[in-house]
Write a protein that binds this ligand. Structure first.
Ligand SMILES: Cc1cc2nc3c(=O)[nH]c(=O)nc-3n(C[C@H](O)[C@H](O)[C@H](O)COP(=O)(O)OP(=O)(O)OC[C@H]3O[C@@H](n4cnc5c(N)ncnc54)[C@H](O)[C@@H]3O)c2cc1C
Length: 383
């Protein structure tokens, strides 16, 4: 596989670096002061041509590759800001609606996710499960031309922001059938919807991840995404893309941790010389660099398969299984490099370390992905 960075890829990386330097400090300052995203964040993204990356132009998108999007995310990851999450969410949900939606659904719901007027959400997790569709208790009951939704979704990113979400519900009209989940596109300001306070998270500070509760929320049948019974498949395809994007962000996080460790090791004098020249430290740097490079290549390989229209779901699970512990280890090593300074909030490496921890539990857990990879290997006829 050829991972040559083309002139267009280079332009994307330059644009992402430029955005990260010019805009993210102010976004971060707002998030620190308010423990939330700036209300105009989507407008900022739209103005900087960051929405609808992988969405055709006719629906308001940019119509470029997933590869370009993950290059952008990798750069954003280097800033250690949580603001890459809503960027990923708007892009990936818009693409998902484009993939599964009817012409009418696409025309109605995709443009607002690309022009910055709507914040996207994708919701599966509930208080009793984040992994098992059989355990879902949020129900959709048919009623004339509508469905009535009841239940609670837990840990939902951007649930309390204006816009649309794709909500995976147990479809009561499919009771007794194996595939009984249906995806509904729901306006998050619909009557009967309420949200909890957002969770205080270990690393993704300011991310407004909260519970969203539906009490007799009426949704037109026309808002069904794909076909009835396809809810879990829609989630699985979306989450496969999300895992690659998340891993790209974490490669950026790891790269920043490496850069900080290297910088520190050239400045800090131990035993009369910069500590980086002690063998133990250049071994550590070497290990960090190789781990990062392997993660990056794996992410690029998976996204190239996605762009080529090939099945990429298992590759994406492999990416999670490999990169999660690698990046966590790279960021831990960076903390160790800086000694007590690394353990202090004065230095960014402690934030990078906490940020890397989220990859094992968000956008499907590490264990679920090991299960996907292991079971696929077991069932495969090839050796
Ligand atoms: C910051 C943040 C943002 C999030 N955003 C969203 C969002 O936007 N939308 C959304 O739907 N969810 C979201 N989530 C939820 C997240 O995706 C789930 O928490 C995650 O999928 C794991 O589900 P769970 O916590 O319910 O774990 P469970 O499914 O209850 O599992 C508990 C533990 O058991 C393990 N386990 C479960 N089943 C198996 C198995 N078969 N074999 C081996 N081990 C197993 C899991 O790996 C885990 O360690 C978010 C979470 C966080 C923290």
């Amino acid at each position: 596989m050829d991972f040559t960075i083309s002139p267009v890829n280079k332009m994307i990386i330059k644009a992402a670096k430029d955005f990260s330097e010019r805009k993210i400090p102010a976004i971060e300052a707002y998030m620190k002061a308010n423990n939330d995203y700036p209300p105009d964040l989507m407008e900022i993204y739209a103005k900087n041509r960051m929405l609808g990356f992988n969405v055709p132009r006719e629906y308001g998108g940019i119509g470029t590759s997933n590869f370009n999007m993950i290059l952008y995310i990798e750069e954003m990851g280097k800033t250690a800001s949580t603001c890459f999450l809503p960027f990923m969410m708007n892009n990936s949900v818009a693409e998902t609606i484009c993939h599964w939606g009817s012409e009418e659904v696409k025309k109605k719901f995709v443009p607002p996710l690309c022009d910055g007027t709507a914040w996207a959400t994708m919701a599966f997790t509930e208080p009793d499960t984040g992994s098992d569709p059989k355990m879902l208790t949020t129900t959709a009951r048919p009623d004339g031309d509508d469905f009535i939704i009841n239940g609670t979704k837990r840990f939902i990113s951007m649930a309390n922001k204006p816009g649309y979400g794709v909500f995976i519900c147990k479809d009561l009209s499919l009771a007794g059938q194996k595939n009984n989940t249906t995806a509904f596109i729901i306006d998050k300001s619909s009557p009967g919807i309420s949200c909890s306070k957002h969770y205080e998270l270990t690393g993704l500070e300011g991310a407004d991840t909260c519970d969203i509760t539906f009490t007799d929320v009426r949704v037109p049948k026309g808002n069904i995404l794909g076909n009835q019974g396809e809810g879990f498949n829609i989630l699985l395809r979306w989450i496969a893309g999300e895992r690659i994007q998340q891993a790209a962000g974490m490669v950026g996080v790891g790269q920043r941790a490496f850069d900080e460790a290297k910088k520190y090791s050239l400045q800090r004098v131990v035993n009369g010389m910069p500590m980086g020249y002690m063998q133990g430290f250049y071994w550590m740097l070497g290990e960090m660099k190789v781990k990062l490079e392997a993660c990056r290549l794996m992410v690029y390989q998976a996204v190239c398969k996605q762009d080529a229209g090939k099945a990429f779901e298992v590759d994406s699970a492999e990416v999670k299984v490999f990169t999660t512990p690698m990046i966590q280890e790279v960021t831990r090593m960076a903390v160790q490099f800086l000694g007590s300074y690394g353990y202090s909030k004065e230095y960014i490496v402690e934030k990078l370390f906490r940020l890397a921890m989220h990859q094992g539990v968000v956008a499907s857990s590490l264990e679920i992905n090991k299960t996907i990879v292991g079971m696929t290997a077991l069932m495969s006829r090839s050796k």
